[in-house]
Design a protein around this ligand. Structure first.
Ligand code: SF4
Ligand code: SF4
Ligand code: FES
Length: 340
């Protein structure tokens, strides 16, 4: 079959340009096969990373038709079928586009600067991984015991996160990382959960404190789900971030922890009015209902800006569906507390 590959090309000091290559391929050929053929038969200057060709090394991650994926995993047939499904949906069932030559778009990963063409500088990706201290602490080793023993069940808890091949696909698509360069990213926090879940590690409390700081750690995640949807190894980083949050929340109460208070106040206010009364939200969460003076002072600039622009809500009207919302929340809360 004939396909067009539109490749976004650039060097670190130039604007991106699209170059189109035409190839005669089999549907089962991978995107990496296509790139190899372009490099070997048409254009030796095209730059991309690869190594194992077998979804093991994580080197060949790039944006294929708009989402980060491994070039050695995705093949032409499935990409074309995917594009046709999307095009048919957009065209409301029309199949006119099926006669056109299929076009596959290839671009470098996001959230990292381009070095050349599809090769990005992954320094921040590795630095953020290093920042979560992703190694099992050896302090728990019992001398003279020579091995860290684990039961099969304890080892099973590490399987999912252990599948990470550090390809960068999740980091490339992470919305939180895009707006907050300090956020360590889904790959790092998935690895962080691996150390917390590891029965041999002896630094759980210190780790939880570290991962809970500001928006660098778990509280920086916006729960956009993109990392889960692109991860080629089923690591589900957002789920692992959720597990770390739960470990943190289990150890704290709403007086000592702002994240815990945030959750509780949010639910209480929605129960009261069907939606959030913004006048109370900041005061209850950030200022801890006037108990936290530093928090109260930190709210002042925002409050004054809102008043100056006429955006400070002076009154609150409960939502029409308050009764239903309250009943839903109460049902869930009851189910959560009932014994299984
Ligand atoms: S979590 Fe998944 S997407 Fe992220 S680096 Fe690991 S394997 Fe790649
Ligand atoms: S769910 Fe969180 S960590 Fe995952 S991509 Fe979205 S913001 Fe990033
Ligand atoms: S080349 Fe190793 S994962 Fe694709």
């Amino acid at each position: 079959m004939q396909v067009l590959l539109k490749v976004v090309r650039q060097t670190s000091d130039s604007a991106p340009q699209i170059q189109t290559y035409s190839l005669d391929v089999e549907p089962g050929n991978t995107i990496l096969d296509c790139l190899n053929r372009i490099k070997w038969e048409q254009d030796g200057t095209l730059a991309f990373r690869k190594n194992c060709r077998n979804t093991i090394c994580g080197s060949c991650s790039m944006r294929i038709n708009g989402r980060s994926a491994l070039a050695c995993k995705e093949n032409v047939g499935s990409e074309v079928a995917r594009l046709q499904t999307i095009a048919t949906t957009i065209a409301n069932g029309s199949s006119n586009h099926l006669n056109e030559t299929p076009t596959i778009t290839i671009a470098p990963m996001g959230n990292m600067p381009v070095i050349k063409d599809l090769v990005v500088d992954m320094t921040s990706f590795w630095d953020h991984l290093q920042a979560v201290d992703p190694f099992v602490s050896t302090a728990a080793r019992q001398i003279p015991e020579r091995e860290f023993l684990q039961s099969p069940e304890e080892r099973d808890r590490l399987n999912q996160v252990g599948n990470c091949i550090l390809c960068g696909a999740c980091y490339s698509e992470c919305n939180a990382r895009e707006v907050n360069p300090d956020f360590v990213g889904p790959h790092a926090l998935a690895k962080a959960y691996r150390t917390i879940a590891d029965s041999r590690d002896s630094q759980t409390e210190e780790r939880l404190e570290q991962y809970s700081k500001g928006t660098k750690g778990v509280w920086g995640c916006t729960r956009c789900y993109f990392c889960n949807s692109v991860c080629p190894m089923g690591v589900a980083p957002m789920d692992q971030i959720g597990k770390i949050k739960q470990e943190i929340l289990d150890r704290q109460n709403d007086q000592t922890s702002r994240p815990v208070r945030h959750r509780k106040v949010l639910i209480d206010l929605v129960k009261q009015g069907g939606w959030i009364d913004e006048r109370k939200f900041g005061l209850k969460v950030v200022a801890n209902s006037f108990r936290d003076w530093q928090g109260l002072v930190s709210l002042a600039p925002l409050g004054l800006r809102m008043i100056a622009r006429g955006k400070f809500p002076l009154s609150f009207e409960a939502s029409e569906g308050t009764e239903e919302v309250r009943s839903l929340i109460e049902t869930i809360q009851r189910l959560e507390t009932e014994p299984q």
